[in-house]
Design a protein around this ligand. Structure first.
Ligand code: FAD
Length: 416
């Protein structure tokens, strides 16, 4: 079968890999000149199945409301209104009950754990590298009550296999010696031993190269304007360089999936949630992080990627705006200096911002759509790196007519 995939981010390239293994003729189309040039470019670099909670939960409406007057909040709503946001926001609020939060978080956790096993399989099959760090991830707390609360909430994910336990300050320093001087800032941490660190862009680029050796074609620098639909099927992609015909199509266009899906008569409630990151060289290696973590007090993450450090923060509901200004990074840099001093050369940091494709309930949308030959693999929100290989495997199973190993009901189109 000839399959055209829309999008060469983590999800599009992972889909291409799994579908090419099935013997299909695969073409990946993207407007950028290389794979992973949008949301998959410089994300926080954490693979966190043990911390895969859904954002929509009982505390979320209050946090969003509070963010209207607290500019330093990690989760921010900037006043703007459009039909897409209104529709997404109402669905988000509906998913904020305890029962839905539990169900959605479990759905995400199952996919995340499944995906980590698939990532391991991809590593074995391809031998590619991505600055993988397998020493776990630390969730650092500055407040004892918050630490105890988080530990209690994790009972839910532990039921789904989460491997995360409280550790003392001394244990934090043993796991991450760079934090020795900052040990008194924290009351302790939760340590997720099977969470990982890794560079999503490097992974996507390397996997794209493997795909090419398997016969996958990449048509880059090609904008897709929409789908040409005939009866209940997509006949072709309408692109800046003409129509592209195929037997089946996969939509993996991240935050831009709803606009394209609409042209095929589909409604995808995905809204962009903006985030920021910096990438800076390691300075004094003794003071640079060895692994990955999240400072729960400032909501700033850190991850060691070879001779660089990635730090990231903020979930901002601000619409389709991925621009950034130096002041957007002030909190990331301040936390970085507090934790790692001259372990990171902040003066040489590269700045980046992009949009997480978030569904209102949390889990992504994977599988068939009402348009017979249009398949979906999109809406992975803040966990697209963690979930990419598992999602691609589920998609490939669906397309082959096999029953996926996971309960795919939880990721189906139209569920929210
Ligand atoms: C700040 C930040 C931190 C994050 N941290 C983490 C993390 O630590 N761990 C984790 O698991 N996840 C993380 N994520 C989420 C993860 O990066 C995303 O879920 C993932 O990158 C989404 O991949 P994607 O392939 O769906 O989208 P993208 O990578 O955006 O790919 C979509 C592709 O579609 C193409 N496209 C779109 N529209 C068109 C069109 N009309 N024509 C042609 N091409 C088109 C784009 O060019 C793009 O290449 C983070 C995200 C952000 C923003």
């Amino acid at each position: 079968m000839r399959i055209a995939i829309v999008g060469a981010g983590l999800l599009g390239v992972a889909s291409a890999y799994y579908l090419s293994k099935e013997g299909h003729e695969v073409l990946v189309v993207d407007r950028q000149s290389a794979p992973a040039r949008e949301t998959s470019f410089a994300n926080a670099s954490l693979l966190t199945p043990n911390h895969s909670f859904s954002w929509a939960g009982p505390r979320a409406p209050w946090l969003l409301l509070k963010s209207l007057w607290r500019a330093d909040s990690g989760l921010r709503l900037k006043p703007h209104l459009n039909r897409q946001l209104l529709d997404w926001g109402l669905r988000f609020l509906r998913n904020c009950t305890s029962a839905r939060h539990r169900a959605n978080s479990l759905a995400k956790a199952r996919l995340c754990f499944y995906s980590m096993a698939e990532l391991e399989r991809v590593a074995r099959e391809t031998g590619i590298g991505w600055h993988r760090g397998t020493q776990g991830v630390l969730y650092l707390f500055r407040d004892r009550h918050e630490l105890e609360l988080a530990d209690q909430q994790l009972a839910l994910l532990r039921g789904a296999g989460a491997d995360i336990a409280p550790v003392s300050r001394d244990e934090v320093v043993a796991l991450e010696p760079a934090l020795a001087h900052a040990r008194d800032r924290f009351v302790g941490a939760l340590h997720a031993t099977s969470d990982e660190v890794g560079d999503a862009r490097r992974f996507t680029e390397a996997l794209a190269e493997v795909c090419k050796t398997r016969g996958v074609t990449f048509r880059l620098a090609t904008s897709i304007d929409g789908f040409e639909v005939q009866a209940d099927r997509v006949a072709a992609l309408k692109t800046s360089s003409g129509a592209i015909k195929a037997d089946a199509f996969v939509l993996a266009a991240g935050s831009y999936s709803p606009q394209l899906a609409k042209q095929a008569g589909l409604h995808l409630p995905i809204y962009p949630v903006k985030g920021y990151s910096i990438t800076a060289p390691v300075g004094d290696p003794e003071r640079a992080p060895r692994t990955g973590g999240l400072d729960e007090g400032t909501l700033v993450t850190f991850a060691r990627l070879g001779d660089r450090v990635r730090m990231s923060s903020v979930a901002e509901v601000v619409g389709y705006d991925s621009t950034h200004r130096p002041e957007n990074f002030a909190k990331i840099v301040a936390t970085g200096r507090e934790l790692f001093r001259d372990g990171v050369v902040f003066e040489r940091a590269e700045y980046w911002a992009c949009l997480r494709p978030a569904t209102p309930d949390g889990p992504p949308i994977i599988g068939p759509s009402p348009v017979r030959n249009l398949w979906l693999n999109t809406g992975h929100g803040y966990l697209g790196w963690t979930m990419c290989c598992g999602s691609a495997r589920v998609l490939a199973d669906h397309m082959a007519g096999r029953k996926p190993e996971l309960d795919t009901h939880l990721y189906r189109y139209g569920r929210y």
